[in-house]
Design a protein around this ligand. Structure first.
Ligand SMILES: NC(=O)c1ccc[n+]([C@@H]2O[C@H](COP(=O)([O-])OP(=O)(O)OC[C@H]3O[C@@H](n4cnc5c(N)ncnc54)[C@H](OP(=O)(O)O)[C@@H]3O)[C@@H](O)[C@H]2O)c1
Length: 272
């Protein structure tokens, strides 16, 4: 079986934890040089210790919300590895919160990281890839970037933006040799659920990484997973009345969850 990632150079933001860490490790196993990026020095050092067996791993602490830091990151990767074949703009935070209690600081925090982080990476990597005549930018969106669950207002705003920009770029640069993919996971068991219960349907991060790389290898436009999320998306898109019932029930459970102090982060799949 051919291994398309062998000998390539990848940059993974949010590579120190969860999905990004699992993608980094899987790429390293497949023989890629991987720049593993986190924002905090301590998380970078922790990843460095656990990936010590892989000699093609490189590390940097970069805050992707800061344009100059991302520019330096891209310059450093090109100076150190000669090229960038894959950029995974993956760093992000979750936010499920009743909209009437959102502060402007919460809006800004999520937009800065989930949207501007992706914009910065894309902006600075694109000229490098155009010069190379090849490259693949993989932006982590979410299922909440293709359907809009209640109480995820901010998160949806950022993730819909990521899905939209990725699709627009994909067609604009299709004939320039640059590929774009949006990754739309539903629940994956990571630190994003810190402080809450991990939903029962969540899949492990290493499984998510294999699904993502399979989709990237096939140059899929949008990678939706796990399977239940794909089925849910397809059913809700085809049937507006079902979508209304599903979303109203989800809103009801989320509102009740906040009032009782036990947030509801699952999906009312019994409605499907
Ligand atoms: N897990 C899910 O169920 C799920 C579902 C849909 C979409 N997603 C998306 O998947 C992506 C990864 O999430 P995850 O679940 O793997 O979360 P995670 O385990 O919490 O990892 C988040 C990563 O982002 C990094 N990060 C945070 N702020 C950063 C900043 N300002 N600059 C650079 N890096 C920063 C963190 O590194 P430091 O600790 O060093 O800051 C960490 O490596 C996110 O975009 C998320 O929205 C996740």
């Amino acid at each position: 079986m051919t291994n398309v990632f062998e000998g390539t150079v990848a940059v993974v933001t949010g590579g120190t934890s969860g999905i990004g860490y699992a993608v980094s490790e899987e790429l390293l196993k497949r023989g890629a040089t991987v720049w593993v990026i986190g924002s905090r020095q301590e998380s970078v050092e922790k990843a460095q210790r656990s990936l010590a067996a892989y000699r093609h791993a490189r590390y940097a602490a970069v805050d992707v919300t800061v344009a100059d830091e991302v520019k330096r990151m891209i310059d450093t990767c090109v100076a150190g590895s000669g090229r960038i074949d894959y950029l995974f703009n993956n760093a992000g935070i979750g936010m499920t919160h009743p909209s009437r209690h959102l502060t402007l600081e919460m809006w800004k925090k999520a937009i800065d990281l989930n949207l501007w982080g992706v914009v910065h990476g894309t902006h600075f990597a694109l000229p490098v890839m155009l010069k190379q005549g090849s490259g693949h930018i993989v932006n982590t969106s979410s299922v909440a970037g293709i359907i809009a669950p209640p109480a995820q207002t901010v998160y949806c705003a950022t993730k819909y933006a990521v899905t939209g920009m990725t699709e627009a770029l994909r067609y604009e640069f299709a004939e320039s040799g640059i590929a774009f993919t949006a990754v739309c996971p539903a629940n994956v068991a990571t630190a994003i659920f810190a402080g809450t219960e991990i939903p029962k349907e969540a899949i492990p991060a290493d499984e998510a990484a294999r699904i993502i790389l399979a989709g990237v290898e096939k140059n899929e436009a949008v990678i939706i997973f796990p399977e239940f999320a794909k089925t849910m998306y397809e059913r809700l898109s085809k049937d507006p009345a079902l979508k209304d019932r599903f979303m109203l029930e989800l809103a009801r459970r989320r509102n009740a969850g906040w009032e009782s102090g036990v947030p509801y982060l699952g999906m009312p799949d019994d409605i499907l």
